[in-house]
Design a protein around this ligand. Sequence first.
Ligand code: TZP
Ligand code: MG
Length: 226
Amino acid sequence: MARATAPIFMRKIDKDIGLYLIIDSGFTKDFTGMTKSAVDAGLKIIQYRDKNAGDAEMIENAVKMRELTQKSDTMFIVNDNVDVAVKSRADGVHVGHNDAGYEDVRRMLPGGIIGVSVDNMEQALLADKTGADYLGVGPVFPTATKPDAAPPLGVEKLAEIVRAIAKPVVAIGGINPDNLQSVLGAGVGGVAVISAILSMSNPAAEMRKIVSKIEEFRNINCPGEK
Ligand code: TZP
Ligand code: MG
């Protein structure tokens, strides 16, 4: 269902995130096509991740992605670059646990959603205490997408973090339709995916497949919760 008016910086994140698609410039340049597919698939969040473009190019792409998500229920998050998030009027920004203090990010993006990447319990507790709105935890499994990522933490440690943190947790790293169930079993609210969607010949079909697998899992394991 489309929102009548989606106030900028007023969307709140709830725990049931489902598939969180990261549209990464290392895999696609079709930012608008992927955004449209994500909106059509009913995703609650997408993220624009671009490690190569300069600010001007990122802003240009982000503004288009913002426009396509604005009147939908899909929230739009920018990776790393708070300035791009502000200028594109994104719903929020996703930063690393050792990026500039979230206080500064909060000041630049008042009311915006701040996601923080963590790879262990200590970082998770700190990010929770210092005001992250949701945590990205991973890599859960080995992944070639982020060569400088920490060693994979596995689903057991992921589950421990989920139990310790009241905020929404999104798992990331090497997640695909085959291992999805084990990640959901750890109790996460969302699963962030890059390569298992964007490297496929039909990314839209892959999005729908993962969305329906998540729904199937929830119907079996959390009946009555909607
Ligand atoms: N942070 C931790 S792992 C990762 C990021 C950005 C990459 C996830 O990509 P993929 O292709 O879904 O493993
Ligand atoms: Mg980062």
